[in-house]
Write a new protein. Structure first.
Length: 389
């Protein structure tokens, strides 16, 4: 039997979700829905776990020890409570998303057991590979914490899987407000919020690949390289350039978001919510990662103008879905060109160098690459989606 969702009668199906009984046993087999969003998110988060576990990916060496030796290593003399908390917390989303990704093919305790086994295997493999990295120390305590975190996430998802995916409020809103094929793009937009956590010269300066490429080339020839060696921009121009980068990046992201919405979606409220999430993520970065005295110091007048203009453009200029996709393409392309062609502001760079990732070294490595690659992933998505249309 085909569900209403498959035939495109999504608003009706979403409304019907709200009237179903809340008892899990009342859900008929044909009413159980798989979640493409959960599957995409689980794959992406698994990739982030692997990247964060093996960052910074250089200096590999063999010490002559078995890579499984950490399993029988004696207890550590010093136990960092922060590391325990972080290792627990990092795997909770993985356990949660895997159970949702398995649903409805695998449910209940079967999904929980398989998820815990998979999470433990991933953690064990990452710890084993860390034996070859000079900056990493494999630990059986980390493995235990990761496994417990996976179990906690799996148990939480087991209790709420049917409610979330079959008849929950979030499902109803997802189906009512967003197009059926929006799952992949919604995961992509979620990564945009993660990318904002990495401090950059421009607050929304995502997509900077020029700097790492020049740094790598400079290492090869033992001579620092940067764009300032070829051309310079007067310092008085930088506020306007920052506003342009911020406005184009914000507008492009907002147009991408609105291109996923159905005609009856509360577009203005969702865009304002998106702007609020942007402010929250940047402020969280200041509080947790940079330890700045003024947590809103990043919200300069220039940043405010750029954010406001970006949201306002997306609110005022809409049109058909294809039009919004085209606008998103143009805005993100302009932002990408500006970020990669504007020489570094030496004063802003000096402030950024004061940032020390410290305990968040692995997390910062993940956010760095998400920030660098996100605009390219968004452009690929938009180009492919327009080509399909």
């Amino acid at each position: 039997m085909q569900s209403a969702v498959e035939y495109g009668d999504v608003p009706h199906a979403a409304a019907h979700c709200n009237h179903r009984p809340m008892n899990t046993d009342s859900t008929k087999p044909w009413q159980r829905r798989a979640s493409p969003f959960s599957r995409y998110a689980a794959l992406v988060y698994l990739g982030l776990v692997v990247y964060g576990s093996l960052h910074p990916f250089h200096g590999w060496r063999d010490l002559g020890l078995s890579h499984w030796a950490y399993l029988t290593a004696p207890p550590q003399r010093y136990i960092d409570k922060f590391d325990i908390f972080f290792n627990l917390l990092a795997y909770v989303p993985l356990g949660f998303l895997l159970v949702l990704a398995f649903y409805p093919r695998l449910r209940g305790w079967t999904a929980v057991v398989l998820t815990v086994l998979l999470g433990t295997a991933v953690s064990a493999g990452m710890e084993a590979l860390q034996s070859y990295l000079p900056q990493r120390v494999p630990s059986n305590l980390d493995l235990l914490c990761n496994s417990v975190g996976t179990l906690a996430g799996a148990l939480l998802a087991r209790a709420r899987a049917s409610a979330l995916l079959d008849r929950g409020v979030l499902l109803a809103l997802r189906l009512r407000w967003f197009e059926r094929d929006a799952s992949g793009a919604l995961v992509l937009l979620s990564l945009w919020l993660v990318a904002l956590l990495y401090p950059k010269t421009f607050i929304l300066g995502l997509g900077d690949v020029t700097t790492p490429v020049l740094d790598w080339l400079g290492e090869q020839i033992n001579q620092p390289l940067n764009l300032n060696q070829w051309y310079e921009i007067p310092l008085t121009f930088y506020p306007a350039l920052e506003a342009m980068v911020t406005a184009t990046q914000m507008a492009g992201c907002c147009w991408l978001l609105t291109s996923l919405m159905r005609p009856l979606a509360p577009r203005a409220r969702l865009l304002l919510l998106w702007a609020g999430l942007t402010l929250l993520c940047k402020t969280f970065s200041e509080v947790l990662l940079t330890h700045a005295d003024d947590v809103l110091g990043w919200l300069t007048p220039t940043a405010q103008y750029g954010l406001g203009i970006g949201v306002l453009l997306a609110l005022l200029i809409g049109g058909q879905r294809r039009t919004r996709q085209t606008l998103a393409l143009l805005a993100l392309t302009v932002s990408l060109l500006l970020v990669n062609l504007i020489p570094t502001n030496i004063y802003a760079e000096a402030n950024q160098q004061e940032w020390n990732p410290g305990r968040f070294l692995n997390f910062s490595g993940v956010t760095l690459w998400i920030a660098a690659l996100w605009p390219f992933a968004a452009l690929v998505y938009l180009l492919r989606h327009r080509a399909k249309k």
